[in-house]
Ligand binder design. Structure first.
Ligand code: SAM
Length: 248
């Protein structure tokens, strides 16, 4: 596989999680970011733990297939490793990460990886959707939308979430996070995220959910979402929510 010359936030996260599927360019970018921000591994371990608790909670309600947007590297406690009885379609727009994911999942009959622009459901290969998210639009599914909101402006995020709501069956559930305004205190690290990076307060994020109804936990710092034990003591970088597609 040809090594990429541009870093990817997804593969930087793999590095911080202690994974093995990243390249020197990702490690260099991760180290440069940490110079400005401080240690990132605990923050992303906490975010990945939120993914685990959210996916397990969704699966516990009987949901047995998941569609993952902005999926990144499908390892280190990712969706199919947590929901071990479910089928999972991972999607992303980054060709290098997609190829990496396809290689990692090559032997799996339960999880697949394909191109998918979260802002345009029509870009997801219908054959992959049919295979790994059977009953899409007819049976409740889990939609995982983590690490992605920061890259979408408010109008695009609200429209995207509304289109997902319309496309999914009643009882479907959405796990989503967003970046808080914590990084505003660190202009050097913030600048590294590029001009399109968006931070939000919970009050600004809540209306973007539109018709999706948050579970009783609401929108909280990710360590606080149904913690298994004492919540991790990490910077307040990410808030998250699980929300349900009710009738209508
Ligand atoms: C910060 S990473 C998050 C990866 C993974 N979800 C995680 O939490 O570890 C963001 C990912 O979103 C992808 N991405 C960016 N814009 C996207 C879009 N419009 N649709 C789908 N994926 C997108 C990037 O390629 C990248 O892999």
């Amino acid at each position: 596989m040809v090594e990429p010359d541009q870093p990817s936030t997804a593969r930087m996260i793999d590095f911080w999680l202690g994974g093995e599927h990243h390249y020197p360019v990702d490690v260099a970018a991760a180290r440069a970011f940490e110079q400005a921000y401080g240690p990132c591994a605990p923050v992303f371990q906490s975010l990945r733990a939120f993914l685990g608790r959210a996916v397990r909670a969704i699966a516990a309600t009987g949901v047995d297939s998941f569609l993952v947007f902005g999926a990144g590297v499908p390892t280190m406690g990712n969706v199919h490793e947590v929901a071990t009885d479910a089928t999972v379609l991972y999607t992303d727009v980054d060709p290098v990460t997609i190829r990496l994911g396809q290689r990692l999942l090559a032997g799996s009959d339960r999880a697949g990886y394909g191109f998918g622009d979260a802002t345009d459901l029509g870009t997801v290969d219908p054959a992959l959707l049919h295979r790994f998210v059977p009953g899409w639009g007819r049976r409740p599914v889990g939609v995982v939308f983590l690490g992605l909101a920061a890259f979408l402006d408010d109008d695009t995020l609200a429209r995207t979430l509304d289109e997902l709501y319309a496309a999914t069956a009643v009882g479907s559930q959405l796990a989503i996070d967003f970046d808080t305004e914590e990084l505003a205190d660190n202009p050097q690290a913030l600048a590294m995220m590029g001009p399109a990076f968006r931070m939000r307060s919970p009050a600004a994020f809540a209306p973007l959910l539109g018709r999706w109804t948050p579970t009783s936990e609401g929108i909280v710092a990710v360590p606080q979402w149904r913690p298994d034990g004492p919540p991790e003591q990490v910077p307040d970088a990410f808030h998250g929510v699980v929300a349900v597609r009710s009738a209508g």
